[in-house]
Write a protein that binds this ligand. Structure first.
Ligand SMILES: Cc1ncc(COP(=O)(O)O)c(C=O)c1O
Length: 407
């Protein structure tokens, strides 16, 4: 019998969730209605932050977070060389300069010493280092203590690219309580793409504890428009000539924004999915534990770091590293072999500065020595990780890996 194909990532949607979307579809508002705020409030509550602003995807979230920082030409942002291209593209959207720092060889997270070197490079080149965008790669949080110290030392902002890390936790040291990723940064950015912990199809959010940033983010996701009468600047237009009351149709565009709104239909799905986040996280944790058990001791496979001292991973990915030279097979050969056993994999990520666009536009960014990132890319393979995976599937994956590697 043909075995079912196991992709590397996949959503899980219940009948109840489908019904909540249908109910939104047949309601009075399919966009710009009450479910937007409801989703924002439940996301903020879950993360323990003051504000959440939902948008059409994680890339839009990175873009408006960058605009909310007033990023512009002459500014620099420190980003890890290993991430999805959206992390540094958001900096380019604003005409600012991304500076690629190296990553930790074990975790794929930004290397603090390299990030500091990048800040010094920005200063040397006459750029203003404004922020660092750490990525909590695969769901394992970066050291928040080190990030905060670095940000304070150089007076820069932290915008976490937390697209992998919903539900992950970190703490400042072993005496502190764990807090949700999102708690300590100036802003945190989230994605609700189908392979992530919860999904809205496409969707994203920015969270923050700063009310000034939150109101700016809300304007930026909707054309730069405000309908809040307290913010109006033009009395002659906003007020009725006789009663001096606010004109009911009135709005003001006060900055150049975008239409990055998330419709109510998708917020309905987000609200319902978020109710199951603990279940999603627990399952990923169990699957990861089982992977650790099944794969430990297999020759030529390095398993991801399982910290649990200062950080709890939310296991968006299960990234292993394989020394393909030592195995005597290319990564494509291993991937093809796994595919013949019905197993899908992915590679996260090609170093961003290697992308043709970046190679053609070397005047738009800077890059430090990224040897660790290059080696990380050469060895990385992301194994299937999603809610519907089970222990039998992981037995199958472990056997197939062993055969494919010849171990
Ligand atoms: C680290 C990281 N940043 C940003 C994004 C962009 O998110 P989205 O696909 O929702 O635009 C992703 C999505 O894959 C991601 O993994």
């Amino acid at each position: 019998m043909e075995k079912k194909f196991l992709p590397y990532g996949k959503q899980n949607i219940t009948q109840e969730e489908i019904e909540s979307v249908i109910s939104a579809l047949t309601g009075d508002y399919i966009t710009q209605g009450p479910l937007v705020e409801k989703f924002e409030l439940s996301l903020a509550k879950y993360l323990g932050v003051k504000h959440a602003v939902v948008v059409s995807n994680g890339t839009a979230a990175l873009h408006i977070a960058s605009l909310a920082l007033d990023l512009k030409p002459g500014d620099a942002v420190i980003v890890p060389a290993i991430s999805f291209v959206a992390t540094s593209n958001a900096v380019l959207y604003c005409g600012a300069t991304p500076i690629f720092a190296d990553v930790d060889a074990k975790t794929g997270n930004i290397l603090i010493e390299s990030a500091e070197e990048a800040i010094l490079l920005a200063l040397k080149k006459g750029l203003i280092p404004k922020a660092i965008y750490p990525v909590h790669y695969s769901g394992l949080p970066c050291s928040i203590k080190d990030l905060i110290e670095l940000a304070r030392k150089y007076n820069i902002k932290i915008v976490e690219d937390s697209c992998h890390a919903l539900g992950a936790m970190y703490r400042l040291n072993s005496e502190e309580n764990f807090k949700m990723v999102g708690s300590y940064a100036d802003m945190s950015v989230w994605s609700f793409h189908p392979v992530k912990h919860i999904t809205t199809g496409e969707g994203g959010a920015v969270t923050t504890n700063c009310s000034i940033l939150a109101s700016k983010l809300k304007m930026l996701r909707s054309h730069g428009i405000t309908k809040n009468s307290f913010d109006f600047t033009k009395q002659n237009l906003s007020l009725d000539e006789k009663s001096a009351e606010i004109n009911p149709w009135y709005y003001e565009m006060q900055m150049l924004g975008y239409n990055y709104r998330l419709p109510d239909i998708l917020c309905a799905l987000g609200i319902a999915q978020l109710k199951r986040i603990d279940l999603f996280l627990e399952k990923r944790r169990q699957l990861a534990d089982y992977y650790f058990k099944k794969l430990s001791g297999i020759e030529n496979i390095i398993l991801p770091l399982n910290d649990n001292v200062t950080a709890f991973s939310s296991f968006h990915l299960f990234p292993v590293k394989i020394d393909f030279d030592k195995v005597g097979k290319t990564r494509k050969q291993i991937i093809d072999s796994l595919k013949s056993y019905g197993i899908g994999c992915q590679v996260h990520y090609i170093p961003i500065p290697w992308q043709p666009y970046y190679e053609k536009n070397t005047d738009k960014f800077m890059c430090l020595d990224i040897t660790n990132a290059e080696n990380f890319y050469k060895e990385e393979l992301s194994l299937p990780m999603y809610y519907d995976l089970n222990f039998d599937d992981i037995d199958r994956i472990a056997d197939a890996l062993r055969y494919s590697l010849g171990s």
